[in-house]
Design a protein around this ligand. Structure first.
Ligand code: HEM
Length: 426
């Protein structure tokens, strides 16, 4: 084996020149390390004169979280910017997908980071916990910005000590202003909804996906009904008929816009009726080139929701481990009990995307794309709003379907139908 230093006595690894002597920015100044690395002030030392070892980790972990929250907000703002265009430029889809993917990677790290803090024992924590009151993660304004910019609605939030979540920012007008603005600006969910509404193929005068899909679904349900009626075993027949009825009511909850809107008003659905159609269409025809990236985006947004829920869950578990289920938090909430209540669906922003699975139908029943529609989905269009008027796309009318939707619009049955369908959708 030859010696790496046998190169005429020269060490190649030492080739090069130190450039700092020529001036310019340094690592330390570029990253402002003097500021960051001098921002860990231990309250235990300040208050008591005795630094508690684990408080250092406690501060670093929180600071790292806040830095990652900052990066996520940066990515979200840029994606919201792209989506805010009247006609979203499809060539920027890759950018959107890449950035949301990055957000999911950061969130994964955030979910796992709690394990480092779990190396601190509750007794270690007790040594400095009292010095922290009334500071609390509840006052993390970046976390609130993150929730709001994603689309968590103020009215869906769990109340904190019977009060509005913004009350804790009352003494900080700048922060208060920023959070108020984040509630008013269109959230990622709203922008996504607007974008989905323009999904190519939804045009009533064109491919009219919704009509074709309804026809396919009613075909499946009618077949299920026929099979149930032919069942000889009375008990089994009753069961099958009840199942089919429940399924029909569930589908009616997305076919009937009034039921859908009633569910939106109750906070159980988030997307508009037309956006739901778009999301479903993308899910069915995801293999078509133009839908590849939109489909990836829908999946990534579900990942964002899952990861946020996992973050909340890991945080709750950490809190229970550190202070148990009975102690109040340093911010004054019921602690574990309050945090546990934030794990519910009310905090899931992209809830409808998860629930799309209830409305999928077998591949063999998915309406075939027309030649024109197939073409449209294989290329990018400059003007997505351009309606396709091809005859090929227009033969989607179905008198039976129109009859059934007329029947379901009987005003007298409306209230009952909404109630039943709402229940079926839960
Ligand atoms: C020993 C570790 C921790 C304990 C015991 C703890 C405890 C708590 C408690 C009890 C609350 C409820 C509000 C209150 O009454 O104070 C809370 C909220 C919160 N904490 Fe922590 N926490 C810990 C670590 C962290 C870390 C590392 C973060 C990272 C940023 C964090 C972020 C938050 C946030 C964002 C909230 C508000 C959650 C919401 O309202 O949905 N916490 N924490």
């Amino acid at each position: 084996m030859s010696c790496p230093f046998a190169n005429n006595g020269l060490d190649k690894a030492q080739d090069g020149k130190n450039m700092v002597e020529y001036g310019g920015i340094t690592y330390t100044s570029y990253l402002q390390l003097h500021r960051i690395l001098h921002s860990q002030k231990l309250e235990s030392e300040d208050t008591n004169g005795l630094p508690v070892h684990d408080e250092h980790l406690f501060i670093i972990i929180h600071q790292v979280y806040e830095l990652w929250f900052k990066q996520i907000l940066f990515e979200l703002d840029s994606v919201r910017d792209i989506f805010s265009a009247v006609d979203v430029n499809e060539t920027r889809m890759l950018e959107i997908v890449k950035r949301i993917h990055r957000v999911t990677m950061i969130l994964k790290l955030c979910v796992d980071q709690f394990h480092i803090l779990e190396t601190m024992t509750p007794l270690d924590f007790m040594e400095f916990r009292d010095f922290l009151s009334p500071a609390s993660g509840f006052q993390s304004y970046q976390f609130r910005l993150l929730e709001n910019k994603l689309g968590v609605k103020s009215e869906h939030r769990v109340r904190y000590n019977q009060e509005h979540y913004m009350k804790v920012f009352g003494d900080e007008p700048e922060i208060y202003k920023r959070i108020t603005a984040s509630e008013k600006e269109p959230s990622l969910l709203e922008l996504l909804s607007r974008w989905l509404e323009r999904t190519p193929g939804l045009e009533e005068g064109g491919f009219n996906f919704w009509k074709k899909y309804q026809r396919a679904v009613y075909g499946i349900l009618d077949e299920q009904h026929r099979e149930a009626e032919e069942e000889k075993n009375e008990e089994l027949q009753t069961h099958l008929l009840a199942q089919e009825k429940k399924r029909r009511e569930l589908f009616n909850s997305i076919f009937d816009i009034r039921v859908h809107n009633a569910l939106v008003a109750r906070g159980e659905r988030r997307l508009t009726h037309r956006a739901t159609q778009g999301a479903l269409m993308i899910s069915f025809y995801r293999e078509e080139p133009r839908f590849n990236q939109p489909f990836q985006l829908l999946n990534l947004l579900m990942d964002v929701d899952s990861l946020m829920t996992k973050w909340r869950y890991n945080h709750v578990m950490l809190v229970q481990r550190m202070i148990g289920s009975q102690q109040i938090g340093t911010g004054g909430s019921s602690g574990y009990q309050y945090l546990r209540s934030t794990l519910s669906d009310r905090y899931k922003v992209f809830l409808d995307l998860f629930n799309l699975s209830s409305f999928l139908i077998n591949r063999s029943c998915i309406p075939s794309l027309t030649r024109n529609m197939k073409n449209r989905l294989s290329i990018m269009e400059e003007h997505r709003n351009g309606e396709s008027k091809d005859d090929d796309d227009k033969n989607g009318s179905d008198s039976e379907l129109e009859k059934s939707s007329e029947q379901s619009s009987e005003a007298s049955d409306l209230e009952k139908s909404i109630e039943r369908s709402c229940e079926a959708s839960m």
